[in-house]
Design a protein around this ligand. Structure first.
Ligand code: ADP
Length: 572
């Protein structure tokens, strides 16, 4: 259906209103002063004409404007056009048919028909043809082809065609009006989503793929201390400042907004958020990638943050209690374990076999209890940042080799083969060529992590091998522990590093554990701005990866020199 731009219809409705008013006035004058009206036209200006004029006036003033506003301007204009056609026909019919002076009105009707497209022109031609047949057909059933009627008929066809030519070039304008409507609808949608985002009680921050903020709602504004408007276009790192438990700003390599772009996966974690006025809140934050519909490219990120400071404070109180309780209980348990060890020692005491078996069980349970208290204490400390850390420069290649050697024994006792790889190839022969992977962390803490992961691998693997490996690039040192154990299901993987989480299956039920080991590992690795994760499939073994920021050889030397000079100062 062709149509022209909306402003044509609006102009048309105004002219029509003027014409209808003029017609109504003429009819009224004609009724009051019949002599003023030319002979032959008087009859046409009947109450029917007045009625049609009034209908048009009412239609334009009451219905047309409303319909036009709701986007139905073409339809409402076309109805007006039909009303005018009826009025014109009625005037013509009552004043001499094709010879009527009102044929001039018909000329206008024919000329504007093109405004409504080809169908309207054809319709208009059809109406005049029908009228021609009805008006000129005599009793013999054959239409009379007199000059006025032929001129009226053919003239209408020609005018209709002319109208098409006039308006044809404006039909394209409809595209513009469609664009206007579409952009209006889009603006509406944008407005709706803006209202929606603003009403979310959680803080929402949207960035493009370069990290510039495109949307920030008022809750995020309260959390960050940045006004919604002023944050627009600013890099998210300047507005959303995440800190770790040690109150250090999380580096870009570990910032969830950056990680999401590289990993293309949502990242959820609890961070300390430093507002503009330096106040710190704990926020639970999920950052997800925004993926383009077709290309699957990441076009930005969206972060949803919730203030969990109250929950954190509550958690802190609980952690304090656990920490104090486990600290207090660890001492008597250590004493019990010591006495049980003495009771089992042949050199110190004599027990019969039955008593020995009972004592061995009690000893192993006490050891488990001691480990539980130790883990509870460590996890409580890890949670509130009280875990002692004395970082130093670590040559990870050398370090891992030593750790692997000391761990090897427990695995081999179980019949498991242990393999250590550094760089891309295994074996000591390549050591000379392998790059130096330096990291800055506390060796005791890193040992705790590797031991835990390695012990798990031994614990949950019945046969096969355990590989410890080290790789990396310019930015990270990566080490991994890979086993040929039962693997971990997709559903369990996201929960694995949570406190007390243990996979519930026959494999794990028979193996003792506290469910705190991996939680502690994660907390320790986070102290050094590292990352720990697992890749696993049921039946195909598991690989635990740890990334630590890599430091250059130069930086390693500088740090070592600094440490050496500070310890000299301390000694003097
Ligand atoms: P636990 O003391 O129970 O070993 P962790 O936090 O160390 O606690 O591990 C949590 C859970 O993760 C374990 O209970 C186990 O189900 C699963 N898990 C850890 N390491 C492995 C592994 N190498 N293979 C299979 N499952 C593992």
């Amino acid at each position: 259906m062709q149509s022209v731009s909306d402003r044509w219809y609006i102009r048309y409705s105004r002219i029509s209103l003027a014409l209808a008013v003029a017609l109504a006035i003429t009819v009224i004058i004609g009724q009051i002063f019949p002599d003023v009206i030319i002979e032959g036209q008087r009859q046409a200006l009947s109450f029917l004409a007045l009625g049609l004029a009034i209908v048009q006036i009412l239609y334009i003033t009451i219905i047309f404007n409303r319909a036009a506003k709701s986007g139905n301007i073409w339809q409402s204009s076309f109805i007006l056009y039909l009303l005018q056609t009826i009025t014109a026909i009625s005037l013509i019919h009552t004043s001499g048919e094709f010879g009527s002076a009102y044929m001039t009105l018909w000329v206008i009707i024919a000329l504007i028909s093109g405004m409504f497209g080809v169908y309207a022109i054809v319709g208009m031609c059809f109406v005049i043809t029908l009228y021609f047949i009805l008006a000129t057909t005599g009793a013999d059933g054959i239409p009379t082809f007199d000059t006025p009627s032929l001129v009226g008929l053919v003239g209408t066809y020609i005018l209709g065609f002319l109208s098409y030519l006039i308006f044809k070039k404006y039909y394209d304008l409809k595209t513009n009006s469609q664009i206007t409507k579409l952009s209006g609808a889009l603006k509406n949608k944008q407005l709706q989503s803006e209202i929606l985002v603003q009403s979310i009680t959680d803080g929402v921050v949207v960035t493009d793929n370069e990290g510039s903020i495109t949307v920030m709602n008022s809750s995020a504004s309260k959390l960050t201390g940045w006004q919604t408007d002023e944050s627009q276009g600013i890099n998210v790192h300047n507005v959303v400042t995440f800190k770790n438990e040690q109150d250090e700003i999380i580096p870009n390599t570990n910032n969830p907004f950056d990680l999401v772009i590289t990993s293309k996966k949502p990242i959820s974690n609890t961070y300390k958020l430093e507002a503009r006025d330096k106040t710190i809140r704990s926020v639970s934050c999920v950052v997800s990638p925004i993926v383009a519909d077709k290309s699957n490219d990441i076009v930005g990120t969206v972060a949803v943050m919730r203030d969990v400071s109250t929950e954190k404070a509550e958690e802190q109180r609980r952690a304090d209690f656990i920490s104090t309780a486990s600290h207090e209980m660890r001492t008597p348990v250590a004493a019990i374990e010591g006495y049980l060890a003495l009771a089992l020692n042949d050199k110190v005491s004599k027990v019969d076999d039955k008593a020995r078996s009972y004592l061995e069980k009690a000893h192993s349970s006490t050891q488990h209890l001691g480990k539980l208290f130790q883990d509870l204490l460590t996890s409580a400390k890890a949670e509130d940042g009280r875990l002692v850390s004395r970082p130093s420069v670590m040559d990870m290649g050398l370090y891992l080799e030593q750790v692997a050697d000391s761990l090897r024994f427990s695995a081999e006792k179980k019949g498991l083969f242990v393999e250590y790889t550094i760089g891309t190839s295994s074996g000591a022969a390549n050591k000379v060529l392998t790059p130096l992977y330096y990291a800055y962390a506390d060796p005791d803490r890193v040992r705790e992590v590797i031991t835990n992961i390695f012990d798990n691998a031994v614990k949950y693997t019945d046969s096969g091998k355990i590989s410890i490996g080290l790789t990396g690039n310019d930015d990270v040192v990566q080490f991994f522990v890979k086993d040929t154990g039962p693997g971990i299901s997709k559903e369990d993987i996201p929960h694995l590093f949570q406190k007390f989480y243990r996979v519930d299956n026959t494999n794990t039920r028979t193996v003792g554990g506290t469910g705190l080991g991996l939680f502690i590992c994660k907390k320790i690795i986070e102290i050094y701005n590292g990352r720990i994760w697992v890749e696993s499939e049921v039946g195909k073994g598991s690989t635990f990866y740890i990334n630590l920021p890599r430091i250059s050889s130069q930086k390693a030397r500088d740090l070592q020199n600094n440490n050496a000079s500070s310890s000299t100062i301390n000694h003097s």
